[in-house]
Design a binder for this molecule. Sequence first.
Ligand SMILES: CC(C)(COP(=O)(O)OP(=O)(O)OC[C@H]1O[C@@H](n2cnc3c(N)ncnc32)[C@H](O)[C@@H]1OP(=O)(O)O)[C@@H](O)C(=O)NCCC(=O)NCCS
Length: 205
Amino acid sequence: MRMSALPDQCISATVRVMEPKLHVTEATEDDLPFLLQIWNDPTVMRYAGSPEGRGWSESDIESWWRLYQREHSALGYDDTQLVLRLGDGTRVGESHFGPVPDGFCVGDWRKPDRTRCLMGDIKLLPSYWGRGLGTEGMRLVVQFVFTKTDCELFVVPPHERNPAAYRVYEKAGFSRTGVQAWPGHEIMELGRVRFDEVYDQGPRL
Ligand SMILES: CC(C)(COP(=O)(O)OP(=O)(O)OC[C@H]1O[C@@H](n2cnc3c(N)ncnc32)[C@H](O)[C@@H]1OP(=O)(O)O)[C@@H](O)C(=O)NCCC(=O)NCCS
């Protein structure tokens, strides 16, 4: 399938995290109403697997939370739900990443053998789009992943009709692969070697 004609832009040689407007926190039970709101929003979920929103009830998110807590306890930071917040604590978005098992393949993409690989994404409430917060938030997520886990390859699956996601991931250091996973979703990847090359190693988390 032909992918959208996005400009072939490169990030600058070094990703510099400017004075942060955002910070990330690990999700707690207090975040469940926010997560329910963002995952049920069709505008947010349009290119993120649920075009009509997840349609979850409070009991659905409570079940998810119990499952997540079990997986997070078993896998540690390899399976983490983050919440993105402004300086005053206001929740503006979320990011989840989890491990991709050996042998996993979907569409034309196959997880590289013997490589510790995590897959994630980022979502912001629409009222916060277009202010650079997605870029800043994804850079914080990338730093979290590569400092808190042994991840060697971090991958994200933007949809071909979602240029803002492509751009945010490019600006966070990910490269296009041209490989389609789920229909319309291309895998972008960022390896630890490139992370070490392009990120300032500051205590930003
Ligand atoms: C993707 C998302 C996180 C972007 O957040 P954001 O805060 O708006 O992103 P930023 O403001 O940091 O940057 C957006 C970039 O995309 C560009 N962009 C936005 N719309 C675009 C379009 N239609 N065509 C081309 N570029 C576009 C912006 O110009 C900007 O790039 P620039 O800084 O080089 O000018 C947000 O739109 C979102 O939460 N979407 C819903 C969830 C989702 O789809 N997540 C991705 C799942 S893989």
